[in-house]
Design a protein around this ligand. Sequence first.
Ligand code: G1P
Ligand code: ZN
Length: 550
Amino acid sequence: MHNQIINTQPFNDQKPGTSGLRKKVKVFQQAHYLENFVQSIFDTLHEQETVPADATLTVGGDGRYHNRQAIQTIIQMAAANGFARVIVGQAGILSTPAASHIIRKYKTFGGLVLSASHNQGGVNGDFGIKYNISNGGPAPEKITDSIFEKSRVIAGYKIANLPEIDVDRLGETVFDDGKFTVKVIDAVLDYADLMESLFDFSVIKKLLASGFKMQFDGMHAVTGPYAQEIFVNRLGTSAASLMNCVPSEDFAGGHPDPNLTYAEDLVKIMFAGDKALDFGAASDGDGDRNMILGKNFFVTPSDSLAVLAANATLVPAYKNGIAGVARSMPTSGAVDRVAAKLNIPCYETPTGWKFFGNLMDAGKVTLCGEESFGTSSNHVREKDGLWAVLFWLNIIAVKNISVEAILMAHWAEFGRNVYSRHDYEAIPTEAANGVIAHIKSQFNSLPNQVFGSYKVKTCDDFSYHDPIDGSISNNQGIRILFDDGSRIVFRLSGTGTEGATLRIYLEAFDPDVKNHHLDAQVALAEMIKIALQISQLVERTGRVAPTVIT
Ligand code: G1P
Ligand code: ZN
């Protein structure tokens, strides 16, 4: 094994976003692009921590186009940058929650997760990379900020001249008398074991054998093999309960985002009137998101988090109760109401899973969630799609009522936080910035203004003060808070790769059971108008309708 230093020049666009660095595949294919970023990560680690001589790095991705090639490069660079061992998922594949679990279970120093999550794949699609720390969670801003700084001045990277590793074959390859080892593992079994340790598989098995009909949509992405092992091999469902469960490098040309727009095959099955099945679920490109559907019924992710929190003690892993909950700022306050009733703390963090890690490590929270179809617990430090699906199945199996009935009972008890998110994708960056600037320019005049039946109480740009490490994150989204607790939030996405994506988050509280059957778009119609009025979105972007409504 011979290490080399290759001269390079900085790229100026390697700033990690909400969840690592995401760019078009073509950007990543530029000479030295990936290498520069990976070296900036390794340099940051060596600067901020002591990397022990026997340090192991976990590496794996969602299997999208460019994954295999990137993995070979990363292995060679890890060898030259002081790692003694690399653990790789078979075929280079690890779902994001499985990667988090592997880092924790095998106590590796950290991990590189190759994914652009729900973004489209293929040669014209997106690629991404992020670093996770030893707790299994995404690196905090202290690390990501430093990676960016280093990427702006990098002059060279270190790489070893290793032969190509056969990542399809399980087992270990040893170099230089054990100075460097690559181990290829089957992470599916590790992950399935973890799930089996958390949930009551026997009660779920009984439910699935009782005529209860479910459908899981892998969206041609990473969760297929995990779903096969868990639902078919361990829980005994028929193979027909799984769809799109063979991973493909371009997600079969689809958009692996589990929502009502992109998971259309599943939505058709679940909204087929009398013919609809009892339970439907989907997961995204890298397996950390989930969508939950009942018979002709959609569960918003914010409500899903609240229901899981309210029913946690029905699940073996949480039978003694949960310590606290956390949600990202734009996520609805439904879980806050559950926390208040359970008398446990509820934390409000900025968008992105990296903000939950400290709270979990400190034992402050057990369950976390985001409105963007992400929920999880302290079993890993990432959101976890299949975990959420199993949690729901466990609750349904114990309660023995439908998804819709669970929600109706929940809303009757806690009231309903009617919620929706409207995304305007790929709008010109200048126009998007103009919308945000225009809203901010009204910060002084908005309070006390009346819009139809709503009166503005306050507005601000959300800041988060991390109670564990004291760090402060500013400019995390504009909030317009109304007198009655309703909210409109405006945010620019930090994961897109084309122009800007503007997200509008709408929330209104309704305690009245009579209205609980209403479609969210109908119930929120007035707020939607107000959001467009305050933002001048149509005038400034020329867009007359959102790209995606969730
Ligand atoms: C989006 C979601 C956010 C999630 C992230 C990664 O980020 O909104 O909740 O954590 O993807 O899955 P955004 O594009 O809004 O920055
Ligand atoms: Zn994802």
